[in-house]
Design a protein. Structure first.
Length: 76
């Protein structure tokens, strides 16, 4: 099977964000985090292209993340 390249086309100024397609691929958080960690640590520029993408998480994970976010120390 030949590799296919998908080009990213940013939404137009007048196109509402609600018209974005649903995600095509599901991935375990345990598989995703190491990849994101390496990309962030090595400052891969492609990672910046996806910073506005949304990631769906379970309600309980969201609650844990919110709790941690509220309790993190503020910079001095």
């Amino acid at each position: 099977m030949a590799a296919q390249l998908k080009l990213y086309v940013p939404p137009g100024e007048n196109e509402p964000l609600d018209n974005r397609p649903e995600p095509d691929v599901r991935i375990r958080l345990g598989d995703l985090l190491p990849i994101i960690t390496v990309a962030h640590r090595l400052n891969f520029t492609w990672l910046r292209d996806f910073l506005d993408d949304e990631v769906a998480v379970s309600e309980d994970l969201y609650e844990v993340m919110q709790t941690i976010n509220r309790r993190k120390p503020t910079p001095a």
